[in-house]
Structure formats: structure tokens, C-alpha cells
Write a protein that binds this ligand. Structure first.
Ligand code: CP
Length: 318
């Protein structure tokens, strides 16, 4: 595997291999000395054309934990504001010796365009491209579900689990990658969204689409409920009457949270709009995995960089 552009790049075996490797990385992160020498001499570039907290910081820390050099490039404050193109920017980074480019970009398909361009020799990791995909978020979500509900033992998938993804599916790269990866790992996925923010189909990439959160929560016991961020910054039109109305119909309110099974995981990729898609008591509850997802993101991104950049001779089981 040279690039990670989409959850479709991961067959079941490859996905489980990364989850297992992330488990090993969690062990490394729990040690006093948290570093592996695996990527010594390699350079990882974080190329971010959109804002990020969790993804950028965890890729940076992941690369450092594997002893790689890291360049953090934010389009804001760079020569992009003087009109420099993506091609010229990445070729500049290539000239500085980038072995991997972790790219976040508002354009859907930007990561694939870069990987297919021939502008660079190194690996490309999609850290979120427009409304298309965010494969490492799906991996860390799957890792968190497996850790909490299945087992940390190697080789396990998510067979038999039923996961709900709720909210602004229309604009969500997290939803797309999760629908693909969770099903690859054997889970059943149900999408629940307002009609204006749902895919225009009764079944989307194999997952049924429902329009009433209350009916869905009454009819099914979900093993995990992934609440999506309402992506106000991507909305060019009015998709719901008001934020209050969205929270009332589509949010994980106190009443809906209290009606969930105490075993149901409450997940959110972050950043959260508290009071809109999720209430404080759900976000801060013992069932919430929000902070575990962030911690697991580090282990997953270490596993992905290790998988893409370490050569066979370096894979000596350290
Ligand atoms: N979940 C996620 O991608 O968060 P950031 O935008 O903070 O990276």
C-alpha cells in the first residue's frame, strides 16, 4: 500500500492489520519512552488547506513518535495566499525531501488528484477532502468500537454490531468513510438524517437511510451512535428551520440520551457543536468515547504511517 486515499483502499484483512498494529502502538504510547526508531530519516509533511485540531496534531505526534521529521504546512500564512498552486506547493515540499504528504483540502478528490499527479514520489494520506472521505477517522472510530465492544485481541472485526450514523450526512466525509469501513469490518450501518441532509436514496452505499431519529431509536438497539457535526460552514442554503429545531428533532438531547441503552457508545468525531447535535450530558457521559477517539487517533495514525513508510527491512517487530 503506497497511499491511503479512501476507506475503499482497505479490504477487511488490510483494515484489521492496521487496527492490530494500532493496538501495538497503544502499547508504545503507554510506555515511559514512547518512541520507535522506525521512520528515522523520513520526512512527513502535514499539508493543511483547512482548519484542524485533532487530525493535524495527531499526525504530527504520530510521525514524531516514529522518529520521522515533521513539516507542518498550513495554507493560511503560506505562499498559497500569494497565488501559489497546489502543484508548485507540493513540488516545493518534494524538493525539501517529503516522503509522505498528509493532505487536508476543501476539494473532494484533492488527495487522489495529488496521488495521481506524478508531482511527488512519496505517499499521500487523505486527512479529509471536502465532503468526500476521511479514512483515518473511520479507522480510529472502528478501533474505538472494537476496543470497547469486541476485544483488543488481534484479528477481530466488528461482526454483528449495529452502528447508527446520525445527522449531516450530506456534507460528511466522516460518514462516507465510516459507511465503507464499518461494513467492510462486518458491522451493520444505519444512516439517520433529516431529508435535506440525507443522501438522495433509500439505501446509501449498502446502508439504509432513515428520516426519524426517534423512530429509529425506538425500533433498534444500536451498539454505537455516531453523532455527526452539523457542518454549518459548508451550507450554502438553509437546510433546517433553526438550530433549536435541529436540536429538537435530530440532536442527541438529554431525553434521547437517557432513553439509550447504557451499553450504547456515544461517539462524535469532533469538533462538537454542543447543544446542537449533542447535549452536554451525553458528550461528557461515561458512554461517550469522544476523548478515547482522540487518543486512539494517535495510535491509528502511527499505524498508518508505519504501514506506508517503513520498508520491509525496518519491520523487525520493534
Ligand atoms: N475529526 C476531525 O477531523 O477533527 P479535526 O477537524 O479537528 O481534525
Amino acid at each position: 500500500m503506497k497511499h491511503l486515499l479512501s476507506a475503499t483502499d482497505l479490504a477487511r484483512g488490510a483494515a484489521i492489520e492496521i487496527l492490530d498494529l494500532a493496538e501495538t502502538m497503544t502499547g508504545v504510547n503507554a510506555r515511559d519512552i514512547k518512541k520507535l526508531p522506525t521512520l528515522r530519516g523520513k520526512t512527513v509533511v502535514n499539508l493543511f488547506y483547512e482548519d484542524s485540531t485533532r487530525t493535524r496534531i495527531s499526525f504530527e505526534l504520530a510521525a514524531k513518535r516514529l522518529s520521522a521529521d515533521v513539516i507542518n504546512f498550513a495554507a493560511k500564512g503560506s505562499s498559497v495566499s500569494k497565488g501559489e498552486s497546489l502543484k508548485d506547493t507540493v513540488q516545493t515540499l518534494q524538493a525539501l525531501g517529503a516522503d509522505a504528504i498528509v493532505i487536508r483540502h476543501p476539494g473532494s478528490g484533492a488527495a487522489k488528484k495529488l496521488a495521481d499527479s506524478g508531482w511527488i514520489d512519496g505517499s499521500v494520506v487523505n486527512a479529509g477532502d471536502g465532503t468526500h472521505e476521511h479514512p483515518t477517522q473511520a479507522l480510529l472510530d472502528a478501533f474505538t468500537i472494537r476496543q470497547k465492544l469486541v476485544s483488543s485481541a488481534p484479528g477481530k472485526g466488528l461482526d454483528g454490531l449495529h452502528i447508527a450514523i446520525v445527522g449531516d450526512i450530506l456534507h460528511s466525509r466522516v460518514a462516507r468513510s465510516n459507511v465503507i469501513l464499518l461494513q467492510t469490518l462486518g458491522a451493520r450501518v444505519t444512516l439517520i438524517a433529516p431529508p435535506t441532509l440525507a443522501p438522495n436514496a433509500k439505501v446509501f452505499m449498502g446502508a439504509p437511510v432513515l428520516y426519524s431519529l426517534d423512530e429509529a431509536l425506538m425500533a433498534e438497539r444500536f451498539d454505537a451512535v455516531i453523532m455527526l457535526r452539523v457542518q454549518l460552514e459548508r451550507m450554502k442554503a438553509s437546510y433546517f428551520p433553526s438550530e433549536r429545531e435541529y436540536a429538537r428533532q435530530w440532536g442527541l438531547t438529554v431525553e434521547r440520551f437517557e432513553a439509550l441503552s447504557p451499553e450504547t457508545l456515544v461517539m462524535h468525531p469532533g469538533p462538537m457543536n454542543r447543544g446542537l447535535e449533542i447535549c452536554d450530558s451525553a458528550a461528557d457521559s461515561a458512554q461517550s468515547t469522544v476523548l478515547a477517539q482522540v487518543s486512539n487517533g494517535l495510535s491509528i495514525r502511527m499505524a498508518v504511517l508505519y504501514r506506508l513508510l517503513s520498508s520491509d527491512k525496518d519491520n523487525d517487530g520493534q
